[in-house]
Design a protein around this ligand. Structure first.
Ligand code: PEP
Length: 269
């Protein structure tokens, strides 16, 4: 088991806040949002936005030269070829993406993505130099049935087995499905309990687990971010709805910095 207190101060765990725009916005609103976000820099924490594919070119123009990186919300598990409607990981690299979200619950549910499919997407992302943000999380029924731990461990297990020791190169996002877009947020203690389980699972696969960043996602707001990010195994957030408002998202990014400053050493990288 990894010592959370010790690992939290590891210089590799600079806080990370990622905006997941989902299928929202227009070209014009996206550019306006990013201009407003740039005006709020610097944040201290690492900040990234994962936009819809069609807006990537505009996002590149809006963010190049800034401290904010960008990414996508999914990629194919396959190489380029006859796969209508899919987007290959290598294509994302042409747009300078740093991150790609894989296994978001909306894709697991609406596109029937299995644990192994998510793991194969993570592998493809890594093969092309992208950092996959692998989402795991349980439904409300599963939580009530006290299945949270077994569900998230099963989801992460496929990724661990597929990536082997390379699993240390991913970011994991714990996103309880019942908290996504619902206004319900896991308490800091509930979120920390799951993050601790996930870090222990990663520690069994990699000696670098203490350096990995584990994000919380699910109705994060400026009001609840600090308490969540102050937990020993929570290294930032994956933010949906609140990432569409520049001042709210900026406040969340600053909350990650503030929480880290209370944990000496976290902002060294
Ligand atoms: C998400 O979908 O990744 C998410 C966390 O959404 P929200 O912040 O809106 O709950």
């Amino acid at each position: 088991m990894v010592s959370s207190t010790k690992s939290k101060s590891h210089p590799g765990r600079r806080p990370l806040v990622v905006g997941n725009w989902k299928m929202n916005g227009t070209r014009a609103s996206s550019v306006a949002l990013l201009a407003a976000l740039r005006a709020e820099e610097p944040f201290g924490s690492e900040v990234s936005v994962c936009c819809p594919y069609p807006y990537l070119a505009d996002v590149v123009l809006s963010l190049q030269g800034s401290g904010i990186s960008w990414g996508a919300q999914d990629c194919s598990h396959l190489d380029p070829g006859a796969h209508t409607g899919d987007v290959a990981a290598v294509m994302l690299t042409e747009f300078g993406c740093r991150y790609v979200i894989v296994g978001h619950s909306e894709r697991r549910v609406h596109h029937a993505e299995s644990d192994q499919r998510v793991a194969d997407k993570a592998r493809m992302a890594l093969a092309h130099g992208l950092t996959p943000i692998v989402c795991v999380g349980e439904t409300l029924d599963e939580r009530v049935a006290m299945l949270t731990e077994s569900i998230v461990k099963r989801q992460l297990s496929a990724v661990v087995h597929t990536l082997g020791h390379c699993v240390s190169q991913i970011v994991v996002a714990y996103e309880p499905i019942w908290a996504i877009g619902s206004g319900l947020t896991a308490t800091p203690e509930q979120a920390q309990a799951v993050h601790s389980v996930l870090r222990a699972q990663l520690a069994a696969a990699s000696t670098l687990a203490g350096e990995m960043r584990l994000l919380y996602g699910g109705s994060v707001t400026a009001a609840n971010a600090h308490a969540l990010f102050a937990q020993p195994d929570i290294d930032g957030g994956l933010v949906g709805g609140a990432s569409l408002k520049a001042n709210e998202f900026s406040a969340i990014c600053r909350a990650a910095t503030g929480a880290a400053l209370e944990s000496p050493g976290k902002l060294k990288t």
